[in-house]
Design a protein around this ligand. Sequence first.
Ligand SMILES: *Cc1c(COP(=O)(O)O)cnc(C)c1O
Length: 399
Amino acid sequence: MSDPLMATYRRLPVTFTHGEGAWLWDEAGKRYLDALSGIAVCGLGHAHPAVRDALCEQAGSLIHTSNLYQIAAQTELGTRLTALAGMDRVFFGNSGAEANEAAIKLARLHGHHRGIERPAILVMENSFHGRTLATLSATGNRKVQAGFEPLVQGFVRVPYNDLGAVETAAANRQDIVAVLVEPIQGEGGINIPAPDYLPRLRAICDRQGWLLMLDEIQTGMGRTGRLFAHQHTGIQPDVMTLAKGLANGVPIGACLARGVAATVLGPGSHGSTFGGNPLACRAASVVLETLESEGLVDRAADLGNQVKTSFRQALARQPGVRDIRGLGLMIGIELDRPCAELVGQALEAGLLINVTADRVIRLLPPLILEGDQVALLVDRLALLIVAFLATPAPKPVGG
Ligand SMILES: *Cc1c(COP(=O)(O)O)cnc(C)c1O
């Protein structure tokens, strides 16, 4: 039997049939604790009754009409989202990459309006912004780009969390119009910048007349213990992109903008057939309602502290554990060696985790995680990490 699917993914050998809350079940009836939430997507967990009911109701009346017409559910979501984010306007697409594409186009058009012929966007090393041509060009990871040259031009790259490098770029280039940056790098290894990084970046953007564009696709929607991660810092971006957790698994992306940035894209300058359709918007609205009614954002902050503290206790005597860091339920455990095989071992043990940047165990559990599930997560994973670190690393060939 040949595989009908293009080989774009290295999939784990498991098929899930259903879920409930933080639990998933496979075809054999084995139960798994989901500490990844479909990569920060299902923040309300699986089969949340409010999401289920809203989707069933919406599917029973209207799924799609196109943006040729008014869409009440889109306007309603836009009103809610811009108010919560302190932004003025929003464009809806269907994914994170599309949200960033909108931001990139917006920045370029803004540059042209200001008379800059070849506008450039400042981006970071180790960043991740998506897999479309423009967003992979913005991404700071050669593995994502290799083979797809020529890349899209107009990106200037500096190290993350390095304001000196930003100042140097500001002094040397007149073509920069915007900065695109993750408040915390997710794919890059749960990299948390210094507390004054975003505020000082904001100040540089103000001084230079650059747009500050935050990619909150992974950090947004309560994940870090605030609805949006930048709200930990008190600054306000000019542009913010969202996707992953926005509609709990129904595809959606959003590009929000404020002030002058909110009026850059006009009729005919951008669009999407599916973007902001009634089904996706209804799902996102119910996610926002539920985050609030169930107090899940504060819960993410509390649970995150609990998870970090428990791991620090459980792994205190492990010199192979380099760092345990995170904000809310976006948590990284960095080891002193590559540890991709832990993903398969955790799967065996009924636990879904991820490893990113070779040696960082990434945890993105749902915000509805319960106390006994925190204990289970920490116990199971700490045991696996201790056993993994006790196994001597295979000798390099010829060494
Ligand atoms: C996942 C992610 C993206 C890309 O989102 P897609 O929906 O996969 O296109 C972009 N930026 C960040 C920070 C992400 O985590």
